[in-house]
Structures are given as structure tokens and as C-alpha cells.
Design a protein around this ligand. Structure first.
Ligand code: NAP
Length: 279
């Protein structure tokens, strides 16, 4: 492998994460997939978690393996405690340890308040918030067990929580989703505070509008795209690689002093674009 790898993600230093083991949840689609591939390009060995789409996960594994690093697909529902602990145990057994957790798996079950069922509320909280809690807890146990290995990283471990601009932007018709991401923000900050003395770095990435299957309706038609672009000062919808690049950087030692921060990767969506022409 050369010193850099060029691809749709631009130029990523190929040894930036050399020797590190990364677990990406929900990595067979969209942002998780691009992130798993980005981490692989940067030299990490990668576990590609999925819950339903095995074939898609195997394809991601194949692509990552083509960079000369190790990759494997693990099935686990991140909202189920026994499945998360089994996944982490398996990773430690087969890969030796975990250095980077990207808690990315997430979903939407949209409805206005009076039409939202308890099942819709619960499912989103279970996967988007409880799932991140369970994965972070199990990863932190392994980081603590292993401690810092200076040849690998200055930190004992890195946790990147996949949040959303909706951790701060209220979102009518999506109270379950927005609440889950608001919860992720406070969970991330609390864990960052709690774990920093053990040299465990916890941070979040908050994407704006990124072209993935989760929000197809928002970018599929020209009309929907036009509506969406009104909310994005930078005037383009994001690609999954935009988020992957941020995760790769944040999980590397280039960002070793970054602790408890949310990196908004949103083309300016959180800049109150409605006020651009006055207010
Ligand atoms: P996506 O393409 O729909 O991917 C979602 C992923 O989550 C899939 O890999 C899916 O796996 C996995 N998943 C769902 N439930 C799971 C469970 N119980 N256990 C394990 N994995 C599970 O969506 P995406 O846009 O890439 O979203 C990824 C993350 O980014 C989410 O946390 C989302 O909230 C966040 N985000 C996205 C946007 C955006 O504009 N796209 C913006 C802000 C934040 P299977 O395919 O196997 O079901």
C-alpha cells in the first residue's frame, strides 16, 4: 500500500490508523458503509456490523479487504444487550481488541405526535440511543482492560457517536428521532467527561442532510432537492464520504486533544439559514 489512498473520499493517508481495530455499527449502508470503507482506507482493520442485510455487509467487507487490511461482517441488533456483548466478545477474540467504535446504527419511524405509536417511539429510542449506550459501554470495558498502547494510539480508545443536526434542531413529525439524537448529545458529553481520565476519547459527528436510503424522499425528486437546498447554505447535499472523512480524522491521533466535541458536518445547516436574508 502506498502512503496515500485515492478514492471517492479524496486522499486519505493510508497508514493514519495502521494497526487499529475499528467497529462500525450499521455499516452495510449509507454513512456507516462509507465510514467503514474510509477507516479501512486509512489502514484500520474493520468489523462491519449489520442487522438484516448480510449480502450488503459482505460486499463492504470485500471492498475493505482490497486495501490489504482485515475485515469481517458481524450480525447483531445493537438494541439487544446480549447481542452487543456477544459481538464485542467475538471481536476481541478474532481481532485481538477494539480501538475505535463508531456507534452509527440508526433509523427513523416518522409520525406526527398524535399518530405516533409507542412502538414507533420505543424502536427509535432503543436503536438510536440505547444501542449507542450498549456499544459504548462494552467498548469502554475493553479500552480499560487494554489501556494505552503507545505504538498504536495516544488514546486507550475512541468512541464516535453518530448524532445529527437534530440533536439541536427540533424536527416536527419526528419527535422520537430528534429526542434520540438530543439524548445522544448528552450521553456523548457525559461519557466524554467520565472516561477522559482513562484516556478514552468520546466525540460525536452530527451530519446534516446526507444522501442515503434513510432520507431518500428528501433528495430523490428535483422538487424535494430544491426544498432541501434551501436549508443548506453550502448549496449541496452531503455525501456519505463527507461524514466518513470526519470520522477518520476524529478517530486519529491528529485529533488526540479533541474530547467531548460534536463536529457538525452539515454544509452550514445549523447556521439558521432562514436568517440569511435578514430576520
Ligand atoms: P441507512 O443507510 O438507512 O443505514 C442505517 C444502518 O443502520 C443500516 O446499516 C442498518 O442495518 C443499521 N441498523 C438499523 N437498525 C439496526 C440495529 N437494530 N442494529 C444494528 N444495525 C442497525 O441510514 P444512514 O443515513 O446511513 O444513517 C446512519 C446514521 O447516520 C444514523 O444514526 C442516522 O441517524 C445518522 N444520520 C443520517 C443523516 C442523513 O442525512 N442520512 C443525517 C443525520 C444523521 P441493516 O441494513 O442491516 O438493517
Amino acid at each position: 500500500m502506498g502512503s496515500t489512498v485515492e478514492g471517492p473520499q479524496g486522499v486519505i493517508p493510508a497508514r493514519l490508523l495502521h494497526g487499529q481495530k475499528a467497529l462500525v455499527t450499521g455499516a452495510n449502508s449509507g454513512i456507516g458503509k462509507a465510514t467503514a470503507i474510509g477507516l479501512g482506507r486509512a489502514g484500520a482493520d474493520v468489523v462491519v456490523n449489520y442487522v438484516a442485510g448480510r449480502e450488503a455487509a459482505e460486499e463492504v467487507v470485500e471492498e475493505i479487504a482490497s486495501f490489504g487490511v482485515r475485515a469481517a461482517a458481524y450480525e447483531a441488533d445493537v438494541s439487544q444487550e446480549d447481542q452487543v456483548t456477544a459481538m464485542m466478545d467475538r471481536m476481541v477474540k478474532e481481532f485481538g481488541t477494539v480501538d475505535i467504535l463508531v456507534a452509527n446504527a440508526g433509523l427513523q419511524r416518522d409520525a406526527r405526535l398524535t399518530e405516533m405509536t409507542l412502538a414507533q417511539w420505543q424502536k427509535v429510542i432503543d436503536v438510536n440511543l440505547t444501542g449507542q449506550f450498549l456499544c459504548a459501554r462494552e467498548a469502554a470495558k475493553e479500552f480499560r482492560r487494554r489501556g494505552v498502547v503507545p505504538e498504536v494510539s495516544r488514546a486507550a480508545g475512541k468512541i464516535i457517536c453518530m448524532s445529527s443536526v437534530h440533536q439541536i434542531i427540533p424536527w416536527s413529525g419526528h419527535v422520537n428521532y430528534a429526542s434520540s439524537k438530543g439524548g445522544v448529545q448528552m450521553m456523548m458529553q457525559t461519557l466524554a467527561q467520565e472516561l477522559a481520565p482513562e484516556k478514552i476519547r468520546v466525540n460525536a459527528v452530527a451530519p446534516g442532510a446526507i444522501k442515503t436510503p434513510i432520507n431518500r424522499a428528501a433528495w430523490e425528486t428535483a422538487e424535494a432537492r430544491q426544498d432541501l437546498l434551501r436549508l443548506i447554505p453550502y448549496d449541496r447535499i452531503g455525501d456519505p464520504e463527507d461524514i466518513a472523512n470526519a470520522v477518520v480524522a476524529l478517530s486519529s491521533d491528529l485529533m488526540d486533544y479533541v474530547v467531548g466535541t460534536t463536529l457538525y458536518v452539515d454544509g452550514g445547516m445549523t447556521l439558521f439559514p432562514g436568517f440569511a436574508t435578514g430576520g
